[in-house]
Every structure is written in C-alpha cells, then in structure tokens.
Design a protein around this ligand. Sequence first.
Ligand code: SF4
Ligand code: SF4
Length: 285
Amino acid sequence: MKIAVLSGKGGTGKTLVSVNLAAVALDSVYIDCDVEEPNGHLFFQPKDLQKERVTVKLPQADPELCTGCRTCVNFCKFNALAYIKNKLIVFNEVCHSCGGCLLFCPQKAISEKEREIGLIQSGISGNVRVVSGMMNIGEVSGVPIIKKLLQDSRKENKNVFLDCPPGSACMVMESIKDADYCILVAEPTVFGVHNLEMVYELVRIFQKPFGVVLNKCLEEENPAEDFCLQNQITILEKIPFDLELGTMHSNGQIAVRKHPKYKELFLNLLKTVSKEARHETASDT
Ligand code: SF4
Ligand code: SF4
C-alpha cells in the first residue's frame, strides 16, 4: 500500500506523521518527495547509504549542421530555444527535456547531453528503508527526481509512505499520482483551513481516497475540524499540542522509537489508515 502524506504548507506536521508512521510499521519504505528541502533522513539517520545521480536530457545543436531554419524554436512550447546571432541557444532551466526539437529538426543537427539536477540517496534505519530525493540548488523543478523515486518504488511490496512537498503544485501532483490513499495534515487555525482546502481540492481532482490528521490540537475552537465536519471529511486522528512531542521532533528524534505513548498513537493512526484504505479499495471494485 502506498500512503501519501501532504499539507498545503510546510510546518504543519507532514514529516512528523510520515516519519512516525513508517517507523511504527513492521517493514516499510519512507520516501522523501520533498526534494527541495528533504529532512526525513535527519530523523532516520540511515546506514549503508547508496547514492544515485538524477539527470535530465538537454538538446545541443551542431553548428556545422544547423541552417538556422528555426523549426525547433517555433516547436518548443516552453520557449526554451532561441536562434540569436547565428547560434541556437538553449535555456536549460526551462527545457522540459521532451525531445521534440530533436525529432523535428530537418537537418538532424540536434543531439542530447545529460545534465545533473539532483540525486537519490537510500539507506536503512531499523525496519525502514529510507529513500530521499535531493534537488540541486538553483534547479527550477524537482519533478524528474520525484518521477524517478516513484518509478523505483513500484518494485516495493512493503508499505510505502510518501512525504510529499508542501503546497498543491506540480511536484505534489506527481507525488500523489500512484498513491492508494492520501493523508492531509492540517493545523487548527484559520490559515490551517486555507491550506487544507488547497490539498482537499487536489485529492478530489485526482479522485484519491483521503482522510485528515488534525495536528497541534488544543482544547478550544478548531476551524480545521469544523471544516472537516462541514464537508463530511474523515478525521483519522487528532494529535494534541504536546510540548514533549514538539521538542523530540525539533531535536530530530522519532517519537515512536522513544516513547510508548506515541507508539500507541501512531499505531492507532496506521490501523485507521489501513482500514480506510482497504475500505476504499473494496468499494472501488
Ligand atoms: S531545427 Fe535544426 S536546423 Fe533548424 S534551427 Fe533548429 S537546430 Fe538548426
Ligand atoms: S527538449 Fe523539448 S522543451 Fe527542451 S528545448 Fe527541445 S522542444 Fe523545448
């Protein structure tokens, strides 16, 4: 089963939930798709690390063959090409590596070269295989890294927990594409509702089964809970505002490995999510 954990912004507890769920499961894979700022590995401190470069293909024109016809420039919908002063210029940052210009060049003047945009690091931490995508500084999109992470995860027959990037843009869309179930993490504030609405819309567009974890709950009004009740959204768990839990998380410790009460909390959440996901899968068939 593949569980994606997402939230409309960073800092809501997305990593807290995904890291602790992966750690409390018997045998699992944690995948950090938050490739711009991956931090799951800081909690797991995985051993036996392996690293793999992630590259994309970029076009390059042979000036001997290029006639300056501009067919490639006109074809490229991303405006990644320009023909200036008798030379084809490629704007690397906006090229989507679709390969179209290469196919359409009448002179066969375009070939491809590899450009590194990041890496994938994997290792072991107890019962968890920890895989992190890491995008190089200055890159525009981590989508190719997320694609590679998910492609590799298709071979897994364990429970996979995807720690998604914050927000609801294309990197999040890519991360939840294969998910069997989505957990939306929300804070008990008006801002929390706004961010929850964003990911709520997203999972509905993708027709993914989902439920909400309300984090940092106090014994007072909770606008995010009200939103869930008004929209008949399943509340999977309410995690209390807890100084001890917050301190452990801030210190890079995995709560379920430190304290039985948190182990119980996240075991309950895992059971609820598994039940919900099985129920959704059964009602789909
Ligand atoms: S399509 Fe080929 S020949 Fe024409 S400008 Fe582009 S690279 Fe040069
Ligand atoms: S590979 Fe695709 S996106 Fe990149 S320059 Fe060529 S046509 Fe444009």
